[in-house]
Write a protein that binds this ligand. Structure first.
Ligand code: ATP
Length: 239
């Protein structure tokens, strides 16, 4: 942790009833970084993301956004402060149009020229252009993931949290999505990325944390973790 951290947790503990899903978690993200969070099913990754976004109330510990504690703030305030979550499983509204789904992400923006903003997003996700007035339910999984990211981006976040964006998608679509994520990082958006595809995540992220039973068991630069034999055995070989 340092002075420049934009998002941090301090001894963050969260769970469901008596079961702790996060156990005294400490992590830090600096502005403009892309940080990956790796770990097996049940390691606590989604609980961490939902806690950061204000959707799950931690039991104890702190979440700092720009060094200010936010762990007790409601989700809409955290969103307004510049943090957007793209949730696991996309969570699009299948009967609503693609356009209206995207606009759902804009409720915290009063300055919005919706048409111009949607046009910018469609340049980033050209596959959505032909489908803009179709119900989101007819989109492919990859297109729905693009839609979920577009919905997160229309809030114009400084920090984007992505929970398993590659889940269940074909490799060519994953490559397309990851190109967009790299572009966003290059444009200065801070990105926190949960992905079970550790090889892919480490190829794109600057740093990573490895979670096990709600605790950080390893962290470091992606370059160092890519060389780490224990990570390779636990995650990289398992794809
Ligand atoms: P996955 O990749 O499967 O989503 P994860 O790393 O995101 O895993 P979490 O979903 O955060 O892990 O789950 C952490 C722990 O909390 C697990 O033991 C899980 O069974 C438990 N858990 C998650 N959600 C709930 C819930 N709604 N009620 C009870 N226990 C839960």
């Amino acid at each position: 942790g340092g002075k420049k951290d934009v998002l941090s947790t301090r001894s963050l503990t969260a769970g469901y009833g008596a079961a702790a899903a996060l156990d005294s978690l400490d992590m830090d993200v600096q502005p403009g970084e892309m940080v990956a969070v790796l770990g097996a099913n049940g390691a606590g990754k989604s609980t961490m993301m939902r806690s950061l976004a204000g959707l799950h109330r931690p039991v104890s510990g702190a979440i700092l956004l720009d060094m200010v504690p936010i762990e007790e703030r409601p989700a809409h305030q955290i969103a307004r402060a510049g943090l957007s979550l793209v949730p696991e499983g996309r969570q699009v509204f299948p009967l609503m149009s693609v356009r209206d789904n995207i606009l759902m992400g804009a409720y915290n923006r009063t300055d919005l020229d919706a048409e111009a903003e949607i046009d910018r997003l469609l340049q980033r996700f050209p596959r959505l252009r032909d489908r803009i007035d179709a119900p989101a339910g007819v989109l492919s999984g990859g297109e729905q993931q693009m839609l979920a990211i577009a919905r997160g981006l229309i809030a114009n976040p400084r920090i984007l949290l992505l929970d398993e964006p590659s889940l269940g998608l074909a490799p060519s679509i994953i490559a397309e999505l990851y190109d967009v994520l790299a572009d966003l990082r290059d444009e200065g958006v801070t990105v926190l990325l949960v992905d079970q595809m550790a090889t892919l995540a480490l190829a794109i992220a600057d740093r990573a944390y490895v979670l096990e039973s709600g605790q950080v068991v390893k962290s470091g630069t992606s370059v160092d973790l890519q060389k780490d034999a224990s990570i390779e055995q636990a995650y990289l070989g398992a794809e």
